[in-house]
Structure formats: C-alpha cells, structure tokens
Ligand binder design. Structure first.
Ligand code: SF4
Length: 289
C-alpha cells in the first residue's frame, strides 16, 4: 500500500521537516499558491495539489498565469455575482483546477451548475446540517444524467462512474478525507486523520515520524473499520438503501430522518441508470437454430 499523502498548511519549515511524500499544501490566498507549490518541490516532496481555502467569493479570486500548470483545489464560500465572475471563470477552463462550493443555499447550487456548464470541474460540499436534499438531488441528476455537455461535478460523477452493485464505494478522498489516502498536519506537524479532527485538535501522532508507531497505525485501522459499528449497533444507516455509496458518512452530523437516506437512494438509482446508458453496446447476436 502506498504511503498516504500529506495535507498541511504552507510553512517552509514544516515542509522541510519531512521528505519523499506527496503533498497537498493549504494556503488561504491564491496569491500564495505559486510560492507554496515551489517550496513543496524544493523541500524534496512531490506536489499533489495546492488547496486554496479562500474566504472570498470566486468573483474576487484571481489566478495568475503562473498557476496554469499547477493542480489547484479552490475552496470558496460562494461564486459572488456571476456577471463579475464569468470572464475569469471561463478562463479557468484552461487551468488544472477543481472548485469546491458548499451546497448551503440556492445560489451556490445554481453556481455549481453554471461552473459545470462552463466546463469547470467542481465538487459539491453537503451534509453540513442545513441541506436542501431535494435541490441537491436535482444537482446530482444534472451532474450524472444531464444531456448537455458539462464538466464533471463531484462526488456525483465519481460515484456514478465507479458504482458497483456488489461493492462499497468510499469517495471521502475527493474531500481529502480518507486516512488511508490522506493524513492532515497542523502548523506544528501534529498528525490528524481528517480535516475536522485537525480543526478540533484531535491528533493521533505528534509528528509524521511517529505515524509508524503502533498507536497511530491502530487509529488508522480502527477508523477504516468504523463503519462496522453501524451494523453492530443496528443504526438507521445499517438499513439505509444508500449505504453502499455513503457508508454512514453523515451519521454523526445529521439527525435521523434528515433526508440523506432518500438522497443516497436516488444517487444509487442515478448511478445504475448512468451505467446502463454508458454501457458499450453488446455485439448483436444473430439467432441460431
Ligand atoms: S445516507 Fe444518511 S442514513 Fe444513509 S448511510 Fe448515509 S448517513 Fe446513514
């Protein structure tokens, strides 16, 4: 198994404290992204992407030409006014970038559709407590089954393409949230298993070097098996028709009956339909006596 990638804040001393890892480096301003990418390479690590965690709407984010070849995850609270954002967003089609927007209102759901229709890859953030599941379901249908050409929108496109009726599908890595694939460092180099745990100050190791020690490895193992608790405790997730493509991701965040189950059941149905529509045509068999 390959080593998990590292998600860490942009800090040259922190980057210099380890080598040979694939790194997603976080900045709070797009203006720092090129420096961050350069310093990852200088540190003896490999750049996976730069995560731009901006407080500004997309209309106020500028991406310089030097960022064109750099993989970017741009996380913003909203699009802002489309007429002010449209020209720069059209130019972003030529960047190696994905835009993350929260589905916390009708404006952002429309913005995700606009981004996709303009050819910009995007990722919807939902399950945050005040979700309009019907609107998110419409968005998912547009992303998976929409007839007009559009860029992929995660996690819907990923789930539709990778859905397998006989297997579970984990898409947490799209959000850098899968401890098998990503470990999160804080500014002091302490290691957390997710972004939420880093923000909550819950660490499994004091530094990356300690991650090979038994307690940290056990924590990763335990996390990857955490889903089994739903079946042991017979939670609502264990009976959910969308379980195979959700794995109880929102069980701790959303109250029972919040609508996530209906949404993920629709997601499974859309994924099945997508598979039917995109299956290669089977060779016609001429009847035989
Ligand atoms: S959709 Fe909701 S109920 Fe279903 S598995 Fe996910 S968190 Fe549990």
């Amino acid at each position: 198994m390959s080593l998990p990638r590292i998600v860490c804040p942009y800090s040259p001393p922190l980057l210099q404290s380890f080598r040979g890892r694939s790194v997603a480096v976080r900045v709070d301003d797009a203006a720092r992204a090129a420096h961050a990418a350069y310093d990852v390479a200088q540190s003896g690590n490999e750049l996976f992407c730069v995560i731009v965690e901006s407080r500004l709407p997309l209309q106020d984010i500028s991406l310089s030409e030097e960022l064109r070849g750099i993989p970017l995850a741009v996380m913003a609270p909203s699009m802002g006014r489309f007429r002010d954002a449209s020209e720069k967003i059209k130019a972003w089609r030529n960047f190696n970038l994905r835009v993350y927007l929260p589905c916390d209102g009708a404006a952002n759901i429309t913005a995700l559709k606009i981004l996709s229709s303009l050819g910009v890859q995007s990722c919807a953030l939902f399950g945050i407590g005040h979700d309009d599941w019907e609107a998110i379901s419409d968005l998912m249908t547009y992303a998976v089954l929409g007839l007009f050409p559009h860029a992929s929108m995660e996690p819907f496109s990923f789930i539709a393409k990778n859905y397998d009726a006989g297997d579970y599908l984990d898409w947490g890595a799209l959000y850098f949230d899968d401890p098998k694939k990503f470990l999160h460092l804080d500014g002091e180099g302490r290691v957390a298993l997710s972004r939420a745990e880093r923000e909550a100050g819950q660490f499994v190791a004091g530094c990356l070097a300690e991650c090979d020690a038994a307690p940290a490895l056990a924590a990763v193992r335990e996390r990857t098996r955490a889903w089994t608790a739903n079946f042991l405790n017979n939670t609502v997730c264990s009976r959910c028709p969308g379980w195979k493509v959700c794995l109880g991701k929102f069980s701790a965040l959303l109250p029972e009956g919040s609508g996530c189950s209906d949404f993920f059941a629709s997601m499974v149905e859309a994924a099945r339909q997508y598979k039917r529509l995109t299956a290669p045509p089977s060779e016609m068999q001429v009847w035989r006596p």
